[in-house]
Design a protein around this ligand. Structure first.
Ligand code: 8GP
Length: 804
């Protein structure tokens, strides 16, 4: 497959054709929205041929397909992704300029598809890109939420949430598939007829498909992201309408639609809501029904299903896939119980993304029975088979709960963690018993990120420098970046590397100025922590260090301080009180510190509202220092850490998640390490009053806590943060107090290192050069090799270069 050449003139004509025929607009009246839609539709046209060709090739190959089931796909904008992968980015820009339009403004008009909360959802999006780039036949399956992740606003520094409305405008990339729909049952009861179970459902909704093609690098392959929307079986109750009861008339549709209405904003905790369980079953059942229909329509024998179907469960949210597949095999295809379980298990694999116990889903058993009575019975059968095979003490149904982690584990042929450290901790902690029941089942697949989005398209200045230094074939072979290492000794190269960073810093400054009226000092170090707000990620420790630094600059203003801009970004789950207090405190502290004339030159805090994927694309290339400071043992992997390093920002971080592997790759001398290790964290928790002792031992920290508790940053409400501070002193589960001094000291090492401009740039360049291993292409190759056993169907990889 190759991409036919399109000239900018031809592409302009294609855009104009869509403007006229798809948007019904005349050039003289077209809005930015009209231009954006026309551009998107023109690009989409070019995806269709590779998409069809990939589907044909998959059918011909009669091989295995991957089904990636994920409750979240944090896609962001698609225009640049598609343009870049089609090789049409420059053409699109030129075509639009010829039409008198500003390409950047048109691209920025696209709302982020925020169908995810954070790392897990963004990983799924990177994986879709890599699956297509590698030519592995795959479907992503998820939910077409009407409202993505909430929009964040600050009111007097406090987080407020409003509904996100990405679908208020037409979504350019998707194809509606009204003919692809499945009934999804809930509730009711199970009857036995001649030894056969019959589920009499109490409620049925319809899952209806929307397909978005996902084109890979250089359009060699395109897979499908199929998202399900919930619809009613009876769209409209005409009787009620005729009686004049208009509300009742629309009720069935409204009720059914509720299921795909909102993304749950809770990033870590089991919300325990019936609706969430229904969402999980809704998209999982639709996906399993869909893949079985495809398999059977190709004449497959279900006993051979595992040779053709690899189902990857992205965390426990789709863990009901096991019982659902077993149910369908038994109830609809006449399988014996043990045969059904074995067959299903041979298709299924499960990725764990967190060790936080509260994030391993558990459902109250009575709720589960009410919503999924047949599945409850099947889970009993699965549990019995597991105990019979292993003699294990581990149960799926226990203490009135259904434990989805255990279910996912037992029904998977492989379970993987997402970094080397995390995978070991999975074996030692949450799944220690199951690990001994099923040795060898847990493996590691360290996360990765797509270099197409996270370097090629978000960082044009660095992309160009790399192209001119090592050639242009690195975006699908990222280890080639290693070729930059030798240039890191060359002052001329380092100057160019620094110039690229400076250009990105200027772009960020201009963007912030235009958006929020905030100006940044371009010579300052841009020190960035962007991610969900969570106690274990320790944004609070970063803020405490900032206040300590402020104190010290005030006391000793002429000590030659390295100017810093501390940039925070991220949302807190609306119900997570402590995380919201941390946001409030950061904003309160920013107000006071930024207004201090004595320190203004050296220290500024910036917290732009509504952090999302698009904002990350501007912030990451402009970052000098990457903050990866979680309590060791708590961050499963992190992927932001990889994005920063790739874009030339050294890390200050703990030995947690993939930080460990990043440090191994970039070299200890190019990474600012601090803090307790995972083992030391566990040991420290056993020490009585460890937090109080840490505060007593650190006058610097004690002073900062007194200031915060005393209302220095909250003069309007002096006790606002007393709970937060007392919480730290009395129950600092995430060891902010214990790591504080080490963190503060290491930050001062960073100050010194940054002052030596050339040495710093060299460190930054070596970060870029040495993290090619963290491409999600490498990760997906690992899954394909170790878990799915799926080869690439791109025959002539070498021919890609011819296409460029
Ligand atoms: C995240 C992990 O916190 C992060 O370390 C990792 O890089 C990422 O997954 C991808 O593997 N976990 C989640 O996003 C997560 O557990 N979310 C679910 C609770 C919704």
């Amino acid at each position: 497959m190759s991409i036919p050449y399109v000239s900018p003139q031809e592409f302009s004509a294609e855009i104009l054709r869509h403007l006229k025929h798809s948007l019904g607009k005349d050039e003289s009246h077209a809005s930015v929205y009209d231009w954006r839609m026309s551009l998107s539709l023109a690009l989409r046209d070019h995806v269709v041929d590779p998409w069809f060709a990939s589907t044909r090739r998959t059918y011909e190959a009669r091989g295995k397909r991957v089904y990636y089931l994920s409750m979240e796909f944090l896609i962001g904008r698609l225009i640049e992704d598609v343009a870049v992968n089609l090789g049409l980015d420059a053409v699109a820009e030129e075509a639009l300029s010829a039409l008198g339009q500003d390409y950047a403004a048109v691209v920025a008009n696209e709302p982020d598809a925020a169908l995810g909360n954070g790392g897990l959802g963004r990983l799924a999006a990177c994986f879709m890109d890599s699956l297509s780039t590698l030519g592995i036949p795959a479907y992503g399956y998820g939910i077409r939420y009407e409202h993505g992740l909430f929009e964040q606003h600050f009111e007097d520094g406090a987080q407020m949430e409003t509904a996100e409305t990405w679908l208020a405008q037409r979504h350019a990339w998707e194809f509606e598939r009204p003919e692809v729909s499945y009934p999804i049952n809930f509730g009711g009861h199970v009857e036995e007829h001649e030894g056969k179970a019959v589920w009499r459902a109490g409620e049925t909704v319809v899952a209806s498909a929307y397909d978005t093609p996902v084109v890979g690098w250089q359009a060699q392959w395109a897979n499908t992201l199929r998202l399900w929307a919930a619809k009613s079986t009876t769209a409209f109750d005409l009787d009620s309408f005729n009686r004049g009861d208009y509300m009742a008339a629309s009720a069935p549709e409204a009720l059914a639609r509720t299921i795909s209405r909102v993304l749950y904003p809770d990033d870590t905790t089991d919300t325990g809501k019936e609706l969430r369980l229904k969402q999980e079953y809704f998209f999982t059942s639709a996906s399993i029904q869909d893949l079985l229909r495809r398999f059977l329509s190709e004449g497959g024998d279900l006993r051979a299903l595992p040779d053709f179907v690899a189902i990857q469960l992205n965390d426990t949210h789709p863990a009901i896939a096991g019982p659902e597949l077993v149910r369908l095999l038994i109830d609809e295809h006449g399988f014996e119980v043990s045969q059904a379980i074995t067959t299903a298990r041979s298709c299924l694999a499960y990725t764990n993304h967190t060790l936080l116990p509260e994030a391993l889903e558990r459902w109250p058993e009575d709720l589960f029975i009410r919503v999924l009575p047949r599945h409850h019975r099947i889970i009993q059968l699965i549990e019995a088979a597991h105990i019979a095979a292993t003699g294990s003490d581990i149960r799926i149904l226990e203490h009135g709960e259904v434990k989805m982690g255990e279910l996912a584990f037992i029904m998977a042929h492989h379970v993987n963690g997402v970094s080397a450290l995390h995978s070991e901790l999975v074996k030692e902690t949450v799944f220690a018993d199951l690990h001994s029941d099923y040795p060898g089942r847990i493996i590691n697949q360290t996360n990765g990120i797509t270099p197409r989005r996270w370097l090629y398209s978000c960082n044009p200045p660095l992309r160009e420098l790399i192209n001119e230094t090592i050639g242009t074939t690195w975006p699908d072979d990222l280890q080639q970046l290693d070729g930059l290492s030798v240039h890191a000794k060359d002052p001329a190269f380092l100057d160019k590397f620094q110039a690229a960073k400076d250009a990105n810093k200027t772009r960020l400054s201009n963007w912030l100025q235009a958006r929020d009226g905030v100006s940044l000092n371009p010579d300052a170090m841009f020190d960035v922590q962007i991610k969900r707000i969570h106690e274990y990620k320790r944004q609070l420790m970063n803020l405490l260090e900032t206040v300590a630094l402020w104190n010290e600059i005030r006391e000793n203003p002429n000590a030659g301080w390295t100017p810093r801009v501390k940039i925070f970004g991220g949302k807190a789950a609306p119900g997570y009180v402590v995380a919201k207090q941390i946001i409030h405190l950061i904003n309160d502290a920013a107000k006071v510190i930024n207004a201090d004339p004595a320190t203004r030159e050296y220290l500024q805090i910036v917290y732009p509202e509504n952090y999302n994927v698009s904002m990350a694309e501007i912030l990451i290339p402009a970052t000098d220092l990457s903050e990866q400071i979680s309590t060791a043992g708590k961050e499963a992997s992190g992927t932001g850490n990889m994005k920063f390093a790739l874009n030339g920002a050294p890390t200050i971080g703990t030995l947690d998640g993939a930080n460990v592997e990043i440090r191994d790759c970039v070299g200890a001398e190019n990474f600012f390490l601090f803090g307790l290790t995972a083992a030391e964290v566990t040991a420290r928790r056993a020490v009585p009053e460890y937090a109080r002792r840490a505060v007593e031992a650190s006058p610097r920290l004690a002073r900062v806590l007194q200031q915060i508790e005393g209302g220095v940053f909250s003069s309007d409400d002096k006790t606002r943060y007393s709970g937060l501070v007392q919480g730290l002193i009395n129950h600092d589960y995430f060891l902010v107090t214990c790591d504080f001094d080490s963190y503060f000291g290491t930050q001062r090492d960073v100050d010194k290192a940054f002052a030596d401009k050339q040495a710093w740039t060299r460190m930054a360049a070596l970060n870029t050069a040495r993290v090619g291993w963290f491409s999600s292409d490498r990760t997906i190759s690992g899954y394909a090799r170790d878990i799915w056993k799926t080869p690439s169907l791109i025959s002539a990889r070498g021919s890609r270069q011819d296409v460029a």
